[in-house]
Design a protein around this ligand. Structure first.
Ligand SMILES: [Zn+2]
Length: 284
């Protein structure tokens, strides 16, 4: 089980299909397994970073959403404000014309000859005056709307300042995260490359195939007698063989390469047993 892999084959047994690697005396099997475990950690982190990088434009877009929303609201208010200003100007113009009209009517007072003409004149003045009052009311109403619109615009501009600041902060954070991820990615790719050359070539081919088939998870830990990749219970004999690590074995169901990581308790147990065995030897 030591050294360079010189033979690789697959076969089926009672416990499922298996991989066999026979090694010469250079690189221990456990080291090859350890390389693959580390390689998978690099691969998963690289995948995570690349995935996060893909999502960055969306994250920027999400951070920008409140800014776009407030900007849209402000635009609507500004258009409404412009329309109100036009309405106010038209109303003031109409009011001015109506005032002139009232003055003109009043100016005709000296031309009146009969009482009937005078009564008709008074009626005409009254009508013109009422119309002028209605225009004044309407202009006043528009002026109030203009004031309200200006106040709303001021409030929204304050809000705009806040969301602009929040967006700038979020964008800076995302850019700084992106830069740090870029640096991490570059380091990981270098370390990944350095590790790859240490892995047995055929094993690496197998690992790469499994990685693409199993969404980046080619190696799976055996936990509580089950494969942590597909979560299916493994035959006890296979579990025992994985623990012995005399050969590289794969899961009977998902074909991931299996490894066993002793729990701290198991390490203490094995150390205790070893120390007890030493004691027995010393006594003998
Ligand atoms: Zn599995």
């Amino acid at each position: 089980m030591l050294g360079e892999c010189y033979e690789f084959r697959e076969s089926s047994t009672e416990s499922g299909s298996r991989l066999f690697y026979f090694f010469s005396s250079e690189v221990p099997l456990n080291s090859q397994l350890q390389f693959l475990i580390e390689l998978q950690q690099y691969d998963l982190r690289i995948f995570e970073i690349l995935d996060h990088k893909k999502k960055l434009p969306d994250l920027v877009h999400v951070a920008k959403a409140p800014l776009l929303e407030v900007s849209k609201q402000l635009e609507v208010l500004q258009h409404a404000g412009e329309a109100l200003t036009r309405q106010r100007r038209d109303g003031e113009q109409e009011l001015s014309l109506q005032e002139e009209h009232v003055q003109k009517i009043r100016g005709r007072l000296n031309d009146l000859k009969t009482n009937k003409e005078y009564q008709a004149h008074l009626f005409e003045i009254e009508l013109a005056r009422k119309k002028k009052e209605a225009i004044e009311e309407s202009v006043l109403e528009v002026l109030m709307q203009v004031e309200q619109n200006e106040n709303e615009q001021k409030e929204l501009q304050v809000r705009m300042g806040e969301v602009e600041q929040a967006f700038a902060k979020a964008k800076d954070k995302l850019e700084s995260e992106s830069l740090s991820l870029e640096q991490e990615l570059s380091t990981l790719e270098r370390q990944h490359g350095e590790l790859t050359v240490q892995v047995d070539r055929e094993l690496l081919v197998r690992y790469t195939k499994l990685k693409s088939l199993r969404k980046g998870f080619a190696i799976a830990k055996v936990k509580n007698g089950a494969c942590s990749g597909c979560r299916l219970q493994l035959p006890p004999q296979l579990v025992a063989e994985v623990k012995r690590a005399d050969e590289l074995l794969n899961c009977s169901y998902c074909h991931r390469i299996l490894y066993w990581e002793p729990t701290p308790e198991a390490v203490i147990d094995s150390q205790t047993s070893a120390s007890e065995a030493d004691n027995v030897q010393e006594i003998r």
